[in-house]
Design a protein around this ligand. Sequence first.
Ligand code: FE2
Length: 395
Amino acid sequence: MSYYRAVGELPPKRHTQFRQPDGTLYYEELMGLGGFADDSALLYHENPPMSILRSERVDGPTAISRPNHPLLPRHYRTRQLDGTGADAVLGRQALLANTDVRVSYFAADQPSSLYRNAIGDECVFLASGSATLETVFGRLSVRSGDYVVIPAATTHRWVPDAGEPLRALVIEALGSGHIHPPSRYLSPRGQFLEHAPYCERDLRSPDEPLTVADEPADILVRTRNGWTQLTHGHHPFDVVGWDGGNYPYALNIREFEPITGRIHQPPPVHQVLEAPGAVICAFVPRKFDYHPLSIPAPYSHANVDSDEVLFYVDGEFNSRKGSSIEAGSISLHPSGFIHGPHPGAVEASLGKERTEEYALMLDTFQPLELCASADRCEDESYAWSWARHRAGSTS
Ligand SMILES: [Fe+2]
């Protein structure tokens, strides 16, 4: 994140003596990106954050993948992976992965362990339910439709609310770099520009510190080597204040203001975030194109340099009419495959004035490989679903 925020108690000048009520010093922690050359946050702990008592190897979710070969478009019904008793960290089921990103699904009804991803940022898109995200920066209430961006190295845990399961698609950045708003949306100094489809007022982040009783705490840490459980001597939620431009935040898909035109607008107008080797977009309810001869359905296209993933969240998915796509579905349209609307969808779109769909799109610039959980929920008939088309057919 790029714009400055300050929460809780802070000394007037950084890296100076800042004392607790008993006269002892607070402990500074700088969470800085890019080796002190990029955004950072400066946090003030009551206790030393580096005090660890134990380190143990842990078996966490893995993502063994295989190439999409022979090449096929894919359809996954993620709701088939739902169960009970899972949490938002260890309950992740890997679907797709390449060297830049890993895409997982979870349906969580239990609080997670304390967790720190040391590899990269995470974008967790919530498809249903609500939760409290507890972090060293404070609490953040999150709900269905939120893109929740959690910077690398942020210690946090997920606490789902009672009721509908917390279902989510998780995009983990694996390459160097971070998940952030597209540079073209920002001024040279990081303010959202007028043409951006959302701005600072739409972003939510913790607004008061979260401190709990001091006690040792187990934290799951994910690195490129696997999962480790570090037992800290002090609970990580002991931060009385922080400031800077690197912190978790949420943007709800319903706050994304769609950009429309007289004729069909290309996917980059729907972009929300960018990650190393990937872009993340939002399709939201919007008015269709208003040229008198416009074709509201998208044109067929060969996404030459990217694999395209769509996560269908809610509403009507007009371009997939006649396929078995439903809420919770994921389609993968890989590079090398020409994809477009399903038979009859173009004709059916003529004269329509608006769409009510909600969907997330992820485009990756390296081919995505397929993980075992994807195999478990695949609709194997999807690849052939366009072949029902007959010349002149309108249905
Ligand atoms: Fe596409």
